[in-house]
Ligand binder design. Sequence first.
Ligand SMILES: Nc1ncnc2c1ncn2[C@@H]1O[C@H](COP(=O)(O)OP(=O)(O)OP(=O)(O)O)[C@@H](O)[C@H]1O
Ligand SMILES: [Mg+2]
Length: 341
Amino acid sequence: MKLSTILSNDLAIDLGTAYTLVYVKNRDIVLNEPSVVALRKRTQEILAFGNEAKEMVGRTPGEIITVRPLKDGVIADFDLAEQMIRYFIKKSAPSLLPRPRVAICIPSGITEVEKRAVRDAAEHAGAKEVYLILEPMAAAIGLGLPIDQPVGSMVINIGGGTTEIAVISMYGIVNAKSIRIGGDEMNEAIIQYFKKEFNLLIGENTAELLKCEYGSTAPVVARGETTVKGRDLIEGIPKNVTITAVQVQEALSETVNTIVEAVKQCLEATPPELSADILDRGILMSGGVSLLRGLDIRLRQETNLPVIVAEEPKLAVVRGTGMVLENLNIYRKILTHIKHY
Ligand SMILES: Nc1ncnc2c1ncn2[C@@H]1O[C@H](COP(=O)(O)OP(=O)(O)OP(=O)(O)O)[C@@H](O)[C@H]1O
Ligand SMILES: [Mg+2]
């Protein structure tokens, strides 16, 4: 092995709204942590990143806050995003010399300004060079779809902040739909449901846990119930409420409907030859929300197409981004560029 290969610490980063994953070239995925920062409100002093910060969500005294620097797939707080990326890079590639080249993925519905923010944040955080890749393209590569062939491949990647639906053929996105709806909206819908039905305020982490453990969508028949702790909005005191899986399904239904509609719209806009390919080959799903019980069956029913959830759906994007980094000579043509004015 060449010395430059051993010394190289080039990185592929899936900078997600909910989770950030880092892959180190010639190695493996070395980091997978929530995209959360905890800081002291008055001084802006940072107290924790990632796993440690997520544990604090909703449990901090008044002067400490937890912030998620990304919202709907894009950077919402530039300074915190930069510091978080810097921390994750340092944790993943402890040897700082040479400075890493970084491949990083972005939602396909992103604006030029939002793109630039991602590149600048990664550069400020220590990257020598930054390569931008569209998230559905990264997912397709990570899932091993034949994106180099004149065959239509369809992916649906549903993350915390965005749902990306794309038809890919010959290294290009033929047709894509990106909506800023995903797992975060589902958590929010559960929080709203508790307010409306039980006058109970619950935390974000509790809502997410409920979604992952009891969440589902029709046609799956929801079963079971659980007790949830929160704060009574009228009396202001802690209270227990029992919620059934049927109710969780009801809370999630609107978000699920929005996702289903977006998939249908993308299919309607797909050229017929590629539609025929998709009918043969099916649709592959990735991203954390693809694990929602019944979502694949629901999409199968609504589209009459085979829908398959990827193995390890949460790792597809970072794997694909890593493959681009490992084979830049082949994949250079799919990199996204920033327009100069
Ligand atoms: N079993 C499950 N059922 C439903 N939702 C789940 C499950 N497991 C994880 N999720 C949700 O998946 C989301 C995270 O997915 P992922 O890591 O793909 O998002 P991300 O890449 O950070 O976000 P984005 O790509 O939108 O920027 C979270 O909202 C999480 O609650
Ligand atoms: Mg993602």
